[in-house]
Every structure is written in structure tokens, then in C-alpha cells.
Write a protein that binds this ligand. Structure first.
Ligand code: NAD
Ligand code: WQD
Length: 339
């Protein structure tokens, strides 16, 4: 199967949505996931969305070299999209070793297995967090990288390693995609994000308040130097992001070398703008209180997405109202996620 794409972490939030976009574009996703932050029930949901069979999936760890060697021997993999990783900033400060092990060591094992198997096309999930506190927004890819926590440093280490690998021998086709703030869900409401325990991120928290699982949102800081005093971020719809991966994959399959791209909308939205849009989309009130600033938060940042537009012809098409409407459809139909 020349269109087979190995999707590590493909059962997770962004990975599952990317599997939908890959299938729609004629690729065949092959998922590798250890389900440490996902449910195998997502596979049946993916089948419902595609109207076909569930994607093939392997239950395993990306750090397991013997498993990867078997996967590459048994499947004709054209390219890899590498989502598998840990992503909670606070956890990375408390337990840096497991972040470096999963995110950095996992990527090294994967890249070595790809090299041995002669598979040299790789799309890597990086993050705008590699920029740390930027000097200016919008942030271009050329901005300095100075991540402020182990999670962000783990992403930058992998970026640098893959850059060195690409320069070390011909044939590699690697895209490093720096996502801004992915939110929303597939428009079917069948797949979405369901964090374990109390959500750290804004949109899942707002959704859980709207559905009545939490009493109120604490807005982390109302005295930032932003138009309404609350933090500003570049929220990007997860299906736009998923389509960005397909565009990056097509580009990488056709061009050798290293590509580093921001995936964002180029527009910032404040916490209060998100909350108001969510209330509009859901018809539910989202009670909130202004609390202190969250340590480590940057007041405001958003992407310069012009390089992705110029290189891939990709740009985000969905706005904040779509992000909220789709999050709400998922949350209200699946208040306990896949359970
Ligand atoms: P997620 O936790 O939903 O998905 C990650 C998936 O990887 C999960 O299904 C998990 O079970 C799997 N996984 C973790 N460790 C593994 C291992 N050792 N072996 C195999 N599978 C493993 O997270 P997500 O939001 O979908 O993020 C996907 C990627 O994008 C991550 O690398 C993350 O760092 C990156 N990213 C996410 C965001 C965001 O805000 N969600 C922003 C920027 C970058
Ligand atoms: C957004 C805004 C908060 C929760 C994180 C990671 C980053 C990337 C994306 C992976 C901020 C405010 C939040 C709440 C609030 N992930 N907020 N009350 O911090 O921009 O980015 O996710 O790569 O690395 O750091 O996203 O959703 O946590 O916060 O007021 O209960 O919402 O202060 O202004 P963040 P977030």
C-alpha cells in the first residue's frame, strides 16, 4: 500500500482528527498508540465518520524499537506523522525525565527505525511553545526559540535533532509543524478532546462548565496589557490543523529537506472572547471569575502563518464560532468522552 501513513499517537486528540483528514485525502492511516492518553473506542468512531472499516491500529509504545522494526517490515509505510508524546506543561516541570523519555527518546527511536527501514518522510508535532515569550506577535518561524519549560525544551530538542538528521544525509523529507492552540472537534461530534481529570486548557474547561460538570471558569488574570485584560492566544480549529498535516505530508513527499512551519490562524482571541463565543454557540451560560495570573503564562501571542500559506497553500478556514460550535457538539453529546 503506497499510501500507508504510520500515525504515532493517532488515537489521541489531534492524531484522530488527522486520521479523518488523511482518509479523506486518499491516504491509509496506520495508528500506533499505547493509549496512555486515549481510548481505543476512537477507532470505531473513526469508522463511523469514514463510513468504512476502522483504521488499522497497533497497541504499542513508540520507544519500542523491536516493535517499530516489525511494523516497518510488515507494512509498506510511505511516511510517518509523529504525534505520540506527553503534552502537559505542569507535569513536565514535575516529572521532566518522563517527558524527555517519551518525547525525545521516543522520537530518537522512531527516527532510527525509520532510517533502518528506508522510510525518510516525517511530519513532527512541534509547538508554538518553542518560542517561549516572544518579542513580537505575529510570530514568524525565524523568531528566537527559548522554551520556558521541559515540555517546550523536549519539542525543541527533537526539532534540532531532526534538523541535524536531515542535514546529515540525503533523502530525508521532514516537516516540523509548530501548532498554536488547537481547539474544536470534528463537525460530526463523534471525536474530540477529553482530558483526564481537571482540564489545564481553556476550551475543555469552558466546555465542561457549559455542560454543567464544573461550576465556573477561573480566568487566569484580568490585568494583562491586552484590550480586555485577559490572555490572548491563536486558537486554531483541529480540523484545519488536520488538513494542514495532509498539506505538509503532500509537500514533504514531493520535496526533500527540512521545513519548519507555524500552523495558526494569525488572529488572537482573548479568554473573554472565547467564553462569549462559547456561550453564543452553546446557548449555555459560562459563569466565570477573574483569578490571579497563572505562573509562566505569556500575556499574548499569535502566529504569522504566511509561510504555511506560501509553501503549502494551506490556511485556517474555520473561525472562533466554528471552534466553539464543534467543541460544544462533541462535549454535549459525549460529556464523559469515549467512556
Ligand atoms: P494527545 O495526548 O491527545 O495525543 C497523544 C497521543 O500519543 C495519545 O493518544 C497517547 O496515548 C499517545 N502516546 C503518548 N505516549 C506514547 C508512547 N510512548 N507510545 C505510543 N503512544 C503514545 O495529545 P494531542 O493534543 O493530540 O497532541 C498530539 C501531539 O501534538 C503531541 O506531541 C503534542 O505535544 C503536540 N502538540 C499539542 C498541542 C495541543 O495543545 N494539544 C499543541 C502543540 C503541540
Ligand atoms: C489559554 C489561555 C490561560 C485555562 C498550552 C501549552 C502550549 C500548547 C497549547 C502544547 C491562557 C487562559 C486557561 C483556565 C484561563 N500545548 N486560561 N483559565 O497556555 O496558551 O498553551 O496549550 O504544545 O504548550 O502551554 O493554553 O488553553 O492552557 O490557555 O483563563 O482554566 O486561557 O491563562 O491565557 P496555553 P491554555
Amino acid at each position: 500500500m503506497k499510501n500507508c501513513v504510520l500515525v504515532t499517537g493517532g488515537a489521541g486528540y489531534i492524531g484522530s482528527h488527522t486520521c479523518v483528514a488523511l482518509a479523506a485525502a486518499g491516504f491509509e492511516p496506520l495508528i500506533l498508540d499505547n493509549y496512555c492518553n486515549a481510548s481505543p473506542k476512537v477507532l470505531e468512531r473513526l469508522a463511523r465518520i469514514s463510513g468504512g472499516p476502522a483504521p488499522r491500529a497497533i497497541d504499542g509504545d513508540v520507544r519500542d524499537r523491536a516493535l517499530l522494526d516489525r511494523v516497518f517490515a510488515e507494512h509498506s509505510v510511505a511516511a510517518v506523522i509523529h504525534f505520540a508524546g506527553l503534552k502537559a506543561v505542569g507535569d513536565s516541570v514535575a516529572d521532566p525525565l518522563s517527558y524527555y523519555d517519551t518525547n525525545v527518546h521516543g522520537s530518537l527511536v522512531l527516527a532510527a527505525a525509520m532510517r533502518a527501514a528506508g522510510v525518510r518522510t516525517l511530519i513532527f508535532s512541534s509547538s508554538a511553545t518553542v518560542y517561549g515569550e516572544p518579542d513580537h506577535s505575529p510570530i514568524p518561524e525565524s523568531a528566537p526559540t527559548r522554551p520556558a519549560n521541559p515540555y517546550g525544551r523536549s519539542k525543541l530538542m527533537v526539532e534540532e535533532t531532526l534538523g541535524d538528521l536531515c542535514r546529515s544525509e540525503a533523502g530525508w523529507r521532514i516537516a516540523l509543524l509548530r501548532y498554536f492552540n488547537p481547539v474544536g472537534a470534528h463537525e460530526s461530534g463523534l471525536i474530540g478532546e477529553h482530558p483526564q481529570g481537571k482540564p489545564n486548557n481553556l476550551m475543555p474547561f469552558v466546555s465542561q462548565v457549559a455542560v454543567g460538570q464544573r461550576t465556573q471558569l477561573t480566568v487566569h488574570g484580568g490585568d494583562y496589557p491586552t484590550p480586555d485584560g485577559t490572555g490572548v492566544r491563536d486558537y486554531v480549529h483541529v480540523m484545519d490543523l488536520a488538513e494542514g498535516h495532509v498539506a505538509a505530508l503532500r509537500h514533504a513527499l514531493a520535496h526533500e529537506g527540512l521545513l519548519t512551519l507555524n500552523l495558526g490562524t494569525g488572529r488572537g482571541a482573548s479568554v473573554l472572547e472565547v467564553v462569549t463565543a462559547f456561550e453564543r454557540a452553546s446557548g449555555k451560560p459560562v459563569p466565570r471569575t477573574i483569578g490571579p495570573r497563572r505562573p509562566g503564562d505569556v500575556p499574548a501571542y499569535w502566529a504569522d502563518p504566511s509561510a504555511a500559506r506560501a509553501t503549502l497553500g494551506w490556511e485556517a478556514r474555520r473561525g472562533l464560532d466554528d471552534m466553539c460550535a464543534d467543541s460544544w457538539r462533541w462535549q454535549s453529546a459525549n460529556p464523559n468522552g469515549y467512556a
